[in-house]
Design a protein around this ligand. Sequence first.
Ligand SMILES: [Zn+2]
Length: 297
Amino acid sequence: MKCRLAAFAVMSIAALPAVAQQQDFSKVEVKAQKVTEGVYMITGSGGNIGLSVGKDGCYVIDDQYAPLTGRILAAIKAISPAPVRFVVNTHWHGDHTGGNENMGKTGALLVAHENVRLRMSTEQFMAAMDRKIPPAPEAALPVVTFADAVTFHWNGDEIRVYHVPPAHTDGDVIIHFVKADVVHMGDVFFNGSYPFIDTSSGGRIDGYLSAADRVLAGIGERTQIIPGHGPLGTKADLQAFRGMLKTARDRIATLKSGGKSRDEVIAAKPTADLDAKWGGGFMKGDTFTGLAYDSLP
Ligand SMILES: [Zn+2]
């Protein structure tokens, strides 16, 4: 257990996007980027926000942290004066759901996979951060939950929201704007960096691979992809991410099935040649290797 904690000590808790611990939000700038006609990506601090605007009203995917709600709503208002009617959460983490209570109070209907409501309504323990997360207030909980999929017919588009088997967490959903040709993948896609596999929430590296395959099978060459973290991406970016995961997964799985312990696998540095390209985010090669190891059978 000691070695395990030491491996995590290299991560700065404040740098983890899932944790808002003592973060100073005063300097955060919330910016909107046009993805295509009627669809935007909003960045500030925390998970990337998706926005659809049009005749029916604003439709929002994820809402970062509570202290940013005013700035997020101002950024939306600069694009459309219509109220936010729906907020869909890609998963339960606080950097994606922290604004739920505020958004709900403005009249938005909160929608998520049933495991998002379940995890938000009960105390969670994130082993990777050695941290307890208290239950969210009732007003922050998704009002509409679903098990598999739900489709919104909204702003002239068909917005398909579907659950994928646990990758980042057990409540992951992908949102596909069919007509706009845009996909929001939440933290099932970190564009350009190793993902955080939240094994305490059921996350698994094999789920990352199958989710990427499912998305790749359903999109075209020109589809734009909003990742949970990182810049707006393309199909090629997702293919590169998937390729990196497959390489790392196979190496770690071979070591694990060969009888190597967690510490031995980390010490073997199976991601050494990948770290320069993918280890520049908050998730370093050693931590990623440990979490991938934990999630493998
Ligand atoms: Zn997350």
